[in-house]
Design a protein around this ligand. Structure first.
Ligand SMILES: *Cc1c(COP(=O)(O)O)cnc(C)c1O
Length: 692
């Protein structure tokens, strides 16, 4: 599974955009055609920065804008480094007078190309705030801000003829040197990037060309009437960007992180390169060629910037590829499908509470929660405090219910992270309340599982919990213990549990208390029972597209597994008959045998006895049996019957490869356990790779 390298249109265009910025600052065509240079630098090159902003918006909106704070932190750090990097040039140019330097630091950027950072740092919170409104409203506000910006930019000469506007813009220019800034320029493009996944023109290539022609006409006309104060913003620029961005999106099927890094570095370093080229050509007396000839000037600055960027990329520490050894592949489209399928089983007014305990059953709680949040899910359940805090830290909003016990002395943390705690017993409720911190709770009622909760019949205990200070009871719930079974006795038991639960809820109401959100079904309760008068259904295992075991496979056809487990072939071993392999010499070759060593083991959560229970893997679309003792980090596979194999090949332990598929249910059954256990044990050593 090598990352596709071919059509990374977005990252490719990034580099082109960075070179356009270099062109903008070096005027390549100035010595041969003034009009051509104007078009290249003042029209075409104006797509570069909006493109950078749109990619940020697009990327953030995929994660529900949850990465905004992280991006701001990154931008602030990078800006800080650049401010230092350009201080010598500020000093050389006499730009260090104190109050003005401070103003430029927060408003304009301390060097001419660094305006992007204050614009991003100001535009991001504005765009994020706007993104909470309806998208049309958000776009309208972003559009109005942009229009105000236009009046202070290329339409200035026309705008100031209206009464009062000269003073208005004069006020703005006390703070910002341009209206191309974080208030009037950045928010619209960040929002357009976020929304561009939903809006695609039918003929994006034609649209881009037509919009560019329009923008050219607009720019030359404005130039003719002498309107521009500056020339960064045009009325038609947002249209150009929308068409261009969807053109690139439709041709984008991979990523090139190297190009991303190189283009950022070219952007950041090129002003230094301009200075270096000037100084050095002066020193050797070649100014006529390297500075006065604008095309050579541009080419030499671009080449020097590219070389510097590539050099820095080469010497920086390499990040490890997540698919180097063994990894969990998460299919979010399958997750979407499963959510839809489960939601069809809800009763009117009922919502899913997604159960994300044990790192979302081994799937990775954060990427799963983010996707569910995008799907509109607003309630989550975890097993313990640390899982809840992790989700909050990564930007998950809505209700997060902790299903298990939390020590009462951690009540301040529950409050700090706005987590909802289960009251698991009367004593627990009393102790939580005694901490003196008002917290949100759901009350667990035991209806026959005898695990957590106040017995449904113990009305006095229930009354006491409702009377406790500091506990805000938002919900009452119970848990079914045989809802996955279709045996007559089990079905009767489930009905008794339901009856006991609803009678307790009715009693709570009759006693004058409000139970809040009522819920009792987990996955199988939701799937097997008729509609229930509940506000939530707590779905876990079925959300992940698998059933707990093979005997429940009748559930699965409607669902798609979310997780695949993959590793790599690391070595090939050829054995003669009679030779043995692995710990305990458990495998003995009966024939000329070829073994592949696979880069995953029980240390990653695989059951150690799998090879002895008929475990198999898929390599190049074919089944191969595991042999010998599984090691902590490796296992052996007999690949004698495979026509071709080489180190580095992808190995599938759960999931499909070609026509073949290994279901998690089969693996669990082979090892005498349920899918829930198998998946939740998949270790934190396995990176998650999200596939679209
Ligand atoms: C784990 C758990 C669930 C989710 O169960 P699934 O069968 O995986 O859907 C729901 N409620 C409680 C209390 C749980 O502990």
């Amino acid at each position: 599974m090598n990352a596709p390298r071919s059509r990374a249109a977005m990252d490719g265009f990034r580099l082109f955009a960075a070179l356009l910025v270099v062109a903008n600052h070096t005027s390549p065509l100035a010595s041969c055609t003034a009009a051509g240079d104007f078009w290249l630098c003042r029209v075409l090159a104006r797509v570069a920065v909006p493109f950078f902003l749109m990619t940020s918006g697009h990327f953030l909106a995929r994660g529900d804008w949850t990465g905004t704070r992280r991006l701001m932190k990154k931008a602030a750090v990078l800006y800080g480094v650049c401010v230092l990097l350009y201080l010598p040039l500020n000093w050389y140019a006499g730009q260090l007078s104190w109050p003005d330097f401070l103003r430029r630091l927060v408003a304009d950027g301390t060097f001419y190309h660094l305006w992007y950072f204050p614009a991003l740092l100001l535009g991001l919170p504005i765009a994020r705030w706007l993104s909470r409104l309806r998208s049309k409203t958000a776009l309208a506000i972003g559009g109005v801000l942009y229009l105000i910006g236009l009046g202070g930019d290329s339409y200035y000469g026309l705008a100031v003829q209206l009464p009062g506007l000269e003073d208005f813009y004069g006020g703005i220019f006390q703070v910002f040197s341009y209206t191309r800034n974080g208030v009037f320029f950045a928010p619209l493009f960040l929002l357009l990037g976020a929304l561009s996944c939903r809006w695609t023109p039918r003929h994006p290539a034609f649209g881009t060309a037509a919009a560019l022609v329009l923008m050219t006409a607009e720019a030359f006309w404005l130039q003719n009437v002498g309107a521009p104060r500056h020339d960064s913003m045009y009325l038609s620029l947002p249209l150009v960007m929308l068409c261009l961005f969807s053109l690139l999106l439709t041709h984008n099927s991979g990523e090139r992180r190297d190009l991303r890094a190189i283009s950022t570095l070219v952007y950041l370093l090129h002003p230094w390169c301009i200075v270096l080229i000037r100084w050095s050509s002066q020193a050797i007396g070649l100014e006529a060629l390297f500075v006065d000839n604008s095309l050579v000037h541009f080419l030499s600055v671009a080449a020097l910037s590219l070389c510097a960027a590539c050099f820095l990329c080469l010497v920086r520490p390499q990040a490890q590829r997540p698919t180097a050894r063994a990894w969990r592949e998460i299919n979010l489209t399958a997750l979407d499908h499963n959510v839809d399928a489960l939601q069809r089983h809800l009763s009117p007014g009922q919502a899913l509470m997604a159960v994300l305990k044990a790192d979302a059953y081994g799937h990775g709680a954060v990427p799963i929660a983010r996707r569910l949040q995008q799907k509109g899910i607003r309630a989550f359940a975890v097993a313990c405090l640390s899982e809840g805090i992790q989700l909050r830290k990564r930007g998950v909003r809505g209700t997060i219910l902790i299903l298990g016990y939390t020590p009462p002395e951690d009540a301040p943390l529950l409050r700090r992270w706005r987590l909802t705690q289960t009251v698991v017993s009367l004593d627990h409720g009393r102790a939580l309340a005694a901490q003196g911190h008002p917290i949100h709770v759901h009350l667990a009622i035991d209806t026959g599982m005898h695990r957590l909760g106040i017995p449904a019949a113990d009305r006095e205990a229930i009354r006491e919990v409702f009377q406790l200070q500091n506990l805000m009871i938002d919900g009452v719930f119970s848990h079914l213990c045989v809802a996955d079974s279709s045996g007559a006795a089990d079905e009767a038991y489930t009905l008794r549990q339901l009856d006991a639960f609803y009678r307790a809820v009715a009693w709570i109401r009759s006693a004058g208390y409000t139970p809040g959100a009522v819920h009792i079904q987990a996955s199988y309760g939701l799937w097997n029972l008729p509609a229930q008068p509940c506000q939530y259904a707590r779905a876990g295992i079925l959300l992940y597209g698998v059933s707990s075991g093979r005997n429940m496979a009748d559930v699965a056809p409607d669902l798609f597994p979310v997780l695949s487990l993959r590793a790599r072939v690391t070595c090939i071993q050829d054995l003669s008959p009679g030779e043995t392999a692995g710990y305990g010499r458990l495998f003995r070759a009966e024939r000329e045998t070829r073994l592949a060593v696979i880069s995953i083991g029980y240390g990653d959560g695989l059951p150690r006895e799998l090879p002895q229970r008929g475990g198999q893997v898929l390599i190049r679309g074919q089944r191969c049996p595991m042999v010998g003792r599984m090691c902590m980090d490796q296992l052996l596979v007999d690949v004698t019957d495979l026509a071709e194999i080489s180190p580095g090949d992808t190995v599938t332990l759960i999931g499909s490869d070609g026509q073949q598929m290994i279901a998690a249910e089969d693996l669990a059954e082979q090892c005498g356990t349920i899918t829930n256990e198998l998946l939740s044990r998949l270790g934190g050593r396995l990176p998650q790779v999200v596939v679209p």
